[in-house]
Ligand binder design. Structure first.
Ligand code: HEM
Ligand SMILES: *[C@@H]1O[C@H](CO)[C@@H](O)[C@H](O)[C@H]1NC(C)=O
Ligand SMILES: *[C@@H]1O[C@H](CO)[C@@H](O)[C@H](O)[C@H]1NC(C)=O
Length: 373
């Protein structure tokens, strides 16, 4: 069957499914969707692993980006080989990262065991560093930006309005970089993965280091606006090789977030009823079919993506039963892709997931809604 016919047929089946849902029909649709999720083309490879990778690590990352291998891992049991700064420690790339992770253990966790404002800011910082990359511009020779640390190294990106609120975490990143002598691009992406697994229910995302830093400011205008249309947002992310369903997964970061600058009169208002917890309540409350606490501040961009026909199905799946595992899995794939945008030495990276803390499912004072740390 020609692709256009197939797409048409799936569209028709979806209509039938919702209008006359009878047993058996739904299953066929689900099966077709499983093969062609949301009618999307398959994920593409990026950077120096466009041909599938030339080294074991490059091939592993390629399989993760193609969603053939999990982006989550429970690998642990790391025995730190020596004190920070010693030869023994320097010989093992992950040793220094073990010490960095222990510093972050203290900084990212609030008193009740939820992830705190530094953790939230770290996740946003990683997006605002890595997200400044465009395939179209890269093809025109403007292949800079991305996960290169320039948000903290350029001395100009941090003053852009969209980076308002990230100043404190940028300061911390600079201190960590000085103390531990690692790359800024790596540090920022590592911090996000640490922050996410610190949030109760957060996935333990496979974590790679070895990126090249750049002081050159990223091209302006490549980050999304809160009032942008769904179409503009979907296209903006597709130009970063991030598909509509991956965008839906990444937007789940707003499960833990708070806003300060969209409506300054409502400073600190969260985007769901459980800030600091990596649950799927954000997806549910953005759709708005359940009870919505007064304090919850929904972004126009999130509502737009939750309703667009290209993204609404995935959004509802994350909101519904079984959504948590599905979302964690998709977050991992999607975040690993985001965190490697603009990186052209993926074949030379090292995996240091084993130094991250283990995921947690509990915290004190269960569901103390809307009290932030
Ligand atoms: C359509 C795309 C997106 C838009 C329009 C958007 C917009 C925003 C806005 C307006 C804020 C509040 C800033 C403030 O007023 O303080 C925010 C916060 C946040 N965003 Fe997004 N965002 C998008 C995608 C993402 C993605 C892809 C991630 C992560 C992968 C992310 C992570 C966060 C986090 C963690 C915060 C909370 C920061 C904090 O609490 O300090 N966002 N976002
Ligand atoms: C987005 O729209 C709201 C409501 O119209 C407005 O108050 C706000 O200033 C806009 N924000 C941006 C960044 O354009
Ligand atoms: C959201 O949660 C509420 C309350 O549990 C529930 O009634 C509603 O059906 C949920 N919405 C979706 C889209 O899953």
């Amino acid at each position: 069957m020609k692709l256009s016919n197939l797409v048409g047929a799936i569209g028709l089946l979806s209509v039938i499914e919702t209008s006359v849902a009878y047993p058996g029909m739904g299953k066929t649709v689900t099966e077709i969707k499983a093969r062609e999720p949301d009618n999307e083309p398959p994920p593409v490879l990026i950077g120096d692993i466009k041909d599938g990778g030339t080294t074991p690590i490059g091939k592993t990352i390629a399989r993760i980006l193609l969603e053939q291998e999990s982006g989550e891992s429970m690998e642990g049991g790391y025995k730190v080989p020596g004190l920070l700064g010693t030869q023994k420690c320097k010989k093992d790339t992950c040793c220094t990262w073990w010490y960095i992770a222990r510093a972050m253990d203290i900084v990212f966790r609030g008193p009740s065991g939820r992830c705190n404002k530094f953790a939230r800011a770290a996740v946003r910082l990683a997006f605002h560093d890595a997200g400044t990359w465009s395939q179209v511009l890269a093809d025109q020779g403007k292949d800079w930006g991305g996960a290169d640390g320039s948000i903290a190294l350029s001395n100009s990106e941090e003053f852009r309005p969209e980076n308002n609120g990230l100043q404190d975490i940028i300061k911390k990143a600079r201190v960590w970089q000085k103390t531990f002598g690692v790359g800024m691009g790596d540090l920022i992406q590592f911090a996000a993965n640490h922050a996410v697994v610190t949030c109760p229910l957060g996935p333990r995302v496979r974590t790679f280091v070895g990126r090249k830093d750049s002081k050159k400011a990223a091209i302006d205008g490549l980050l999304p606006g809160v009032n942008d249309s769904a179409d503009k947002l979907i296209k903006l992310f597709q130009d970063k090789t991030i598909s509509p369903h991956e965008l839906v997964a990444l937007l789940g970061a707003h499960t833990t977030s708070e806003q300060f600058f969209v409506d300054p009169k409502r400073r600190g208002d969260p985007q769901d009823g459980t800030p600091g917890v990596w649950d799927t309540l954000f997806y549910n409350q953005t759709i708005g079919t359940g009870p919505l606490p007064k304090k919850v501040f929904r972004f126009a961009s999130d509502i737009a993506i939750s309703q667009d026909p290209r993204t609404a199905d995935e959004w509802a799946e994350f909101a519904g039963p079984g959504g948590q595992d599905h979302w964690n899995e998709d977050w991992a794939y999607s975040f690993i892709r985001l965190s490697l945008l603009g990186v052209n030495n993926i074949n030379q990276l090292t995996e240091c997931t084993k130094v991250l803390p283990m995921p947690r499912k509990t915290f004190k004072g269960a569901m103390e809604l809307l009290k932030n740390e």
